[in-house]
Each structure stands twice: as C-alpha cells, then as structure tokens.
Ligand binder design. Structure first.
Ligand code: ZN
Length: 399
C-alpha cells in the first residue's frame, strides 16, 4: 500500500513536471571569439554554465564547400534563425537585401505550430525583427533605439551602444517577468563595436564584462519565472562570429578564429553529437525547436543544415563525393541500431517555394556509415540528398 502511494506520488510529480510550459530565451552577444569569452572573467555566465553546459561552436559553413558562409553579423543571425547556411538563407552581408524566406525561421515555425503562444524580440538592431525574424511572427518587441538619436546621442566612443544594450536588457527583463513569451530573442551589439574600434584590448574585454552582468539580469528574470510559474526555461547564449587573429578588429573571413564561436546554455546534458563533434551555429535552431516541441514540416526539416544538440540523434556529419555517375556517401552513426533511408532529388524547387520529388534510392544499416549510390539514371548534375533515420535527418548537396 505504501509502495502504491509512493508510485502515485511519483506519477503525480511526473505529470506536474510535464505540465510545466517550456520557454526559451536565446541571446546573441555580437562578435566574441571563443578564446575571449573563455579568457575574460564572466561570473554570471559561469553560474549558467554551472547549471548547464558550455561548448565551443563554429560559424562560416563548410569551409571551401558549397555552404561556405561569410563570418558577418546578419549572416550569422540568419543561420541561427533558420538553421541553414548562406547558400540557402541568402543573407550574404549586413544589407539583408533578399533573404530567402522559404527557409522558415524559428519564429515562423513556432507561430505556425502554436498560433496562440507568444514570441518576443528585444534587440539593439531593428532589422533583426523587421527583416529576419519578420514582424508578423513577433508578438512583442523592444527595438529601434539606434534610430532614436535624441535619446541615444551617437557619440564617437559609441558608448550610446552600451546604453542601448542596457535599455534592451531592461525591456527584456521586464518582458520576461511580466509577459513571458515562449520564444524570446535578445540581441546585443556593444561587444562588436568595441572589437572593431579597439581590437583585442581592455576596452573590448570590458564590454564582455558588461555583457556578462546583463546575462546575470536575464538569468535572474528566468529564475523568477521558474519559481513563481509552472514553467521550464532554457537560455542559450551565443555569438555570431569570431575576430581576426592578428588584431581582433575584423571579421568576415574563414580563418580559425573568425570561425570560432561558442554557446552557453542552461540545458544539460547535451547529446552525443554535441559531445563528440564541434557544433555549428545552425544547430541552435533545431535544438530550440526540439525543446519547444515544434513539429517542423518534413519539407522544411529536409533543408535544415543543423542537428539538434539535445535529445537523441542517430546520424550526423554527412558528406558526399560524385564519382563517375555514383555518389559516395559517408556519415557518423550515433546509435547502434536502425537504418538510414537515402533520398535523392535533382531539383531545387524548394528554393523557389515549390516542392521537390525525392526518390528513395537505398536503405542501409546506420552502423555501416557509408553507401555508394548510383545516380546515372537520375540525370542532372545537382543532387540534394537526405539521409533519414528514426530520430533525425541530415542533408547535403552534391554538385
Ligand atoms: Zn557581428
């Protein structure tokens, strides 16, 4: 009888746990290479790491491949939002002239899955909402302060940018405590400004310290919600690119330090993919989607370049080489059992808003970690390949 009671109590705890609503705050602190976030004292971020995880990460896509991506700010933000590299999302610079919105961003995916739940953007750059996340998918926002030169006079030292970041944080803290949208994006710019002006310098490191204090405020707001409401929160803090090795002033290229980024999250543990391979910025979108239980439509999921960093995944690190009418495929298996279904299409209608007809070419054991597929009869010289497992899919282009 006592045992039954304990079981009932346990069952009650489990169902109470699962009734807690899941919410996310993701933060981009602009332009901080991994070596810098690791070097500067960040007592507030350390608290989050103590409860969760720190990992190095990369940006820049596949170096010298079809997905190579400039290590530039808006390019990185859109990789974060869409889980794709520039060959798909089409934001190659900060002008954001013609994003390809067919690669749906996390705000759209969330609102289409949960139309009545709320999203929010708190940002030191208005374009992030209006051109990337897209206003129609954002319920609450605090941004545009960079356009208000009366309240935020643009001084030469660019201290106004720190003041804007502070305003953004104050709005985010108030918004998280009061409105508590399910999906919150916080964007802060001051660190990148100091990097550009001063390179590796006390000024740059001080900007990182100021950002750390801001993360402390966000973390407190999250604790407040957790304690007073039936909610579970995941915070993800990352950056959009590193900086050059020589001065620390520049970025945009493909050197190791420009590609070197990082992620802090309150979530633990990350999965074996995150543990054994170096994650990329494109992995964050599918990670948030998984946490918020967003069902990504198949046609969109087949284009996502990232792999979730939480929960089970079976396959990662796919690559393919065209060899005389065949494609030599390889991948890494993260589960012992199961098969991989290999789908191929020679069209890219998805890019224009259409659908591609994928053909199932082969099904092989996951553990094999390679397959040779004959594509002679498919025609064409461009192949989109999807490797599907029970737990996740990965995709590559072969030209
Ligand atoms: Zn940047």
């Amino acid at each position: 009888m006592k045992q039954l009671l304990i079981l009932l109590l346990l069952a009650g705890t489990v169902s109470a746990q699962s009734k807690r609503e899941k919410k996310v705050v993701f933060v981009i602190a602009d332009g901080i290479p991994a070596d810098v976030i690791e070097k500067v004292a960040t007592p507030n971020i350390d608290k989050i790491i103590a409860a969760g995880t720190y990992t190095r990460m990369h940006v820049g896509g596949g170096k010298n491949t079809y997905s190579e991506t400039p290590t530039i700010s808006a390019v990185g933000y859109n990789s974060l939002l869409t889980g794709t590299w520039v060959n798909k999302h089409n934001v190659p610079d900060n002008d954001i002239k013609a994003p390809n919105y067919h690669y749906h961003n996390i705000f759209r995916l969330f609102k289409e899955a949960y139309p009545t739940k709320k999203t929010a953007v708190y940002s030191s750059w208005e374009d992030n909402r209006t051109k990337l996340a897209l206003s129609e998918y954002v319920d609450l926002h605090a941004d545009g302060y960079e356009l208000d030169t009366a309240s935020f006079h643009h001084d030469k030292q660019r201290d106004f940018m720190h003041n804007i970041d502070e305003k953004v944080i104050a709005e985010a803290v108030a918004g998280i405590k009061k409105d508590a949208a399910s999906l919150n994006w916080v964007y802060l710019e001051y660190t990148d400004d100091m990097g550009h002006m001063h390179g590796d310098s006390p000024e740059f490191y001080k900007a990182v310290s100021l950002m750390d204090a801001q993360m402390g405020k966000l973390w407190e707001a999250i604790q407040y919600r957790r304690q007073h409401f039936p909610e579970d929160w995941m915070i993800v803090i990352t950056t959009d690119h590193g900086r050059d090795e020589k001065t620390g002033r520049d970025h945009g290229g493909q050197s190791a330090r420009q590609r070197s980024t990082w992620m802090v999250t309150s979530y633990r543990p990350l999965n074996n993919y995150a543990k054994y391979y170096e994650p990329g910025i494109v992995d964050i979108m599918p990670t948030i989607a998984r946490y918020l239980q967003i069902n990504i439509p198949d046609s969109v999921a087949r284009e996502v370049d990232g792999t979730p960093l939480i929960g089970k995944v079976a396959i990662a690190q796919a690559a393919g080489t065209f060899i005389q009418g065949n494609i030599d495929l390889k991948w890494k298996a993260l589960e012992d059992a199961g098969n991989v279904k290999i789908y191929v299409t020679t069209t890219n209608q998805f890019k224009e808003g259409g659908q591609d007809e994928y053909k199932l070419i082969k099904e092989v054991p996951l553990k094999q970690e390679h397959a040779l597929i004959d594509v002679k009869n498919l025609g064409g010289s461009f192949y989109k390949i999807v490797l599907e497992t029970r737990l996740n899919t990965v995709n590559i282009w072969v030209k």
